[in-house]
Design a protein around this ligand. Structure first.
Ligand SMILES: [Zn+2]
Ligand SMILES: [Zn+2]
Length: 85
């Protein structure tokens, strides 16, 4: 059984990408506010926007692609707008 607690999380916050030169680089994941465009990193563990109080989204609501670009308005994977339908 997998429990999610704020303390002692061991899962990585981002995914590792190969740089093609024999190394890897950690890509930070973000949560986005679909109302005002505010964002926070996943490791900050914020569930709601600190600016407007809306629920933050952690993945694209259309294709479930994780969010790696905090200033993006559209999903780079499926092209749909983040947030509201
Ligand atoms: Zn907001
Ligand atoms: Zn998408």
């Amino acid at each position: 059984m997998k429990s999610r607690t704020k303390i002692g999380r061991t899962e990585p916050a981002g995914k590792l990408l190969s740089t093609g030169v024999g190394g890897t680089v950690a890509i930070e994941r973000y949560r986005l506010c679909s109302s005002c465009g505010n964002f926070s990193t996943l490791v900050e563990n914020q569930q709601y926007c600190i600016s407007c109080g809306s629920k933050l989204i952690e993945t694209c609501q259309h294709c479930r692609e994780p969010i790696y670009y905090p200033t993006a308005k559209f999903c780079p994977s499926c092209g749909e707008k983040y947030g509201k339908e």
